[in-house]
Design a protein around this ligand. Structure first.
Ligand code: XIL
Length: 336
């Protein structure tokens, strides 16, 4: 008891000294979040922000995985056919390699942020171009990516297939085909399907469950299901989240929380921050309740850089750290 107390006091003193020295505030007297769990703890990052010293130091200290926020999306890496731009993706993978982080590759086949030239392709050509894309991108980073979001957001809210160009021109099998191509392109990567609003028990998560069960039965090489987990305090916590993780795990699949954030209707107040903290803690606990929930990744760790204000007008403050990189109640709740 005495020992623990004095360790804590020392950490607090170190924190105070760091603040006095004008450095980024140490997140917690209790030590970095990544050291608190045997789950992979990750954050999405934009390559350009890796050049910000204070951002980079908190990222490196607190997390053991990075997910490129946009840099590996098809529209970014191949805006025109056969014209590639790997600069952002390379920067993030290099950062990871140099700092002992893993990478979650995101994402290969998605109805959004794909290049316009795909729209001009008929089914047969599109099918081979998708295969080629998976080969090229996964091949470039072969052995350096822990897990890939191979296929992203294929369901509507009612559980039917989203009518993307992939669905319309290639049919239902585009999903199984993508996983087979992905396994061949990098056998060392864990292969995931990923979606949002599939946290709780609902029509969309039922569709996800039924699909991955059938893929497993057919021997399609899929290793896990990503649950994005973009939550909002005003909608509360999705009911049945833990049960849903449990049923996916029972199929012999890993589960990853891939894009967690909990947005708040502005302006922020203490009550909303506390509600947010409770919801982050529920996500954390539900993941830790199931052995096969292997990853807890947030979609950005600081309110300084978050997709939320640009996407949900009037909402924000969705992250674990404020824009000055000070830990918020949510951070302190999961890392007391
Ligand atoms: C978002 C990025 O954060 C934004 O910068 C970009 O403008 C749009 O995409 N689900 C996903 C992510 O799988 O790729 C999305 O990322 C957020 C929702």
């Amino acid at each position: 008891m005495m020992l623990r107390l004095s360790t804590r006091l020392l950490a607090i003193a170190a924190a105070a000294a760091a603040i006095a020295a004008g450095q980024a505030v140490p997140a917690s007297a209790a030590g970095p979040l990544k050291d608190k769990t045997n789950r992979v703890v990750g954050s999405a990052v934009a390559a350009q922000n890796l050049n910000q010293a204070d951002f980079r130091s908190v990222l490196t200290r607190e997390f053991d995985n990075v997910t490129p926020e946009n840099e590996m999306k098809w529209a970014v890496v191949e805006p025109n056919r056969n014209q590639f731009n790997w600069s952002g993706a390379d920067a993030i993978v290099n950062y990871a390699q140099q700092n002992g982080k893993t990478v979650r590759g995101h994402t290969l086949v998605w109805h959004s942020q794909y290049p316009g030239w795909l729209n001009n392709l008929g089914g047969n050509e599109l099918r081979s171009v998708v295969q080629q894309h998976i080969n090229t991108e996964m091949g470039r980073y072969r052995g350096k990516i822990r897990a890939w979001d191979v296929v992203n957001e294929i369901f509507e809210e009612n559980g039917s297939r989203r009518q993307s160009i992939f669905q319309q021109r290639l049919g239902d099998n585009f999903v199984a085909d993508a996983f087979r191509a992905a396994r061949a392109a990098d056998p060392s990567a864990k292969l995931y399907i990923n979606d949002y609003n599939t946290e709780g028990m609902n029509a969309k998560s039922n569709a996800m469950y039924n699909l991955v069960r059938s893929l497993k039965q057919q021997g399609v090489p899929i290793d896990g299901v990503g649950i994005q987990t973009h939550l909002a305090t005003r909608y509360g916590y999705p009911s049945g989240f833990r049960q849903n993780i449990e049923r996916l795990a029972a199929l012999g699949l890993d589960v990853a929380i891939t894009e967690a954030d909990v947005r708040i209707q502005l302006p922020v107040d203490q009550n909303k921050l506390n509600q947010q903290a409770t919801m982050y803690k529920q996500i954390w606990d539900d993941c830790h309740a199931v052995a096969r929930c292997v990853e807890f990744t947030v979609w950005g760790f600081t309110d300084r850089h978050s997709w939320v204000p640009g996407t949900f007008p009037g909402e924000g403050a969705a992250c674990l750290f404020d824009s000055n990189l000070r830990p918020k109640p949510a951070y302190n709740r999961i890392n007391p």
